[in-house]
Design a protein around this ligand. Structure first.
Ligand code: VTB
Length: 329
């Protein structure tokens, strides 16, 4: 993959974030998701890759755009795998709450996990605890390891967990072991990344979230030197059949970093949609201008770039607003 692709990928998440942000706080999550997806799809057409979506919005029959297997990009090479989440945090965006992102990851063909958009059990840590944890360790042991690695007491550690009834047991186990819990409504790509950014104060991310979000977070953590381990979490036979169709026969297998993001290269890009700890959200500056804040990283060169951009909305109107999918004002 060419170095230039790193910046090209930011253009993809920027335009999706601009599109999604038009729907902020309007209580219409589906419209927001559709706007982000359409915009991301349109911008992908201008990027010189021969991309295949390997994990993302769902299979062809359930996702009209950026479905698994869909081809994106404008060139015959390089052949790349693409993982997408045009709007990570549809509910939070619909309510205007913090931490909605637009995210994307690419790697050379065959290097990203090809799986349906089912649930995935995950554990994520930053660089200092990378290589030391195991997904099946008891929570007390994991916390001891992470606290030691991050040079903290367990009582100073913060564990981020999606606020879902299915997590009641792990929430209680974390509290019992003496660590602090931060529950989030949505957005476990962000929380996995926070573990690799000490200023966030987040040491560990645990729980069951979406598989596409897991693979995208694994790409980000690969660039940041952190670690994620995971396990697909099918809910029923239909989920298992969807996995089998994609060549996954043993869903209970532990997925290590190399199972999710193989090889010696990967690029990750994220743009903030609403304000968050990682990135500021889209700001309407007036006078037809909007500001975005993005993070883009490449595994091979290890550079982490924070990019602030100012966009002329009318110039990008056809991509940002699409045809018809525009808030009625
Ligand atoms: C998580 C979260 C996402 O999906 O992956 C979650 O990070 C898992 O699904 O932002 P449930 O909401 O069913 O628990 C999201 O909330 C949205 O895709």
């Amino acid at each position: 993959m060419d170095r230039e692709l790193t910046l090209e990928l930011v253009r993809v998440t920027e335009v999706a974030a601009l599109a999604a942000s038009q729907w902020m706080g309007r209580g219409r999550k589906n419209e927001a998701d559709e706007a982000a997806t359409n915009a991301m799809r349109a911008m992908f057409d201008t990027v010189a890759i021969n991309g295949t979506v390997v994990i993302g919005e769902g299979e062809m029959d359930e996702a009209p755009m950026l479905y698994i297997g869909e081809k994106v990009g404008s060139a015959l090479s390089p052949e790349v795998d693409v993982a997408v989440d045009p709007l990570e945090g549809t509910n939070i965006l619909a309510k205007g709450l913090p931490n909605a992102l637009s995210v994307v990851a690419i790697a050379d063909r065959g290097n990203l996990l090809h799986a349906p958009d089912i649930y995935m059990q995950k554990i994520a840590v930053g660089p200092r605890a990378a290589g030391k944890i195991h997904i099946d360790d008891p929570i007390e042991k994991t916390l001891e390891i992470v606290a030691k690695a991050n040079d903290k007491r367990i009582s100073e550690c913060t564990v981020m967990i999606l606020d879902r009834p299915r997590h009641q047991e792990i929430i209680e186990a974390v509290r019992k072991a003496g660590a602090r819990v931060r529950l989030i409504g949505d957005g476990d790509v962000g929380s996995a990344i926070y573990t690799a950014i000490p200023e966030t104060g987040v040491d560990l991310c645990l729980g069951i979230g979406g598989a596409p979000e897991g693979v995208i977070a694994a790409a980000a953590l690969k660039c940041l030197g952190g670690e994620m381990q995971a396990r697909l979490w099918p809910e029923d036979d239909e989920d298992r059949a969807r996995c089998a169709k994609m060549g996954i026969t043993d869903c209970s297998r532990i997925l290590y970093m190399d199972d999710m993001v193989k090889g010696d290269d990967a690029i990750f890009a994220a743009t903030g949609v609403t304000d968050g700890e990682l990135l500021k959200g889209v700001r309407m500056l007036g006078g037809d201008m909007a500001e975005t804040h993005s993070l883009v990283m490449r595994y091979r060169n290890k550079t982490i770039r924070w990019i602030r951009a100012v966009h002329r909305l009318s110039y990008k109107a056809s991509m940002v607003f699409g045809s018809g999918n525009k808030p009625a004002l």
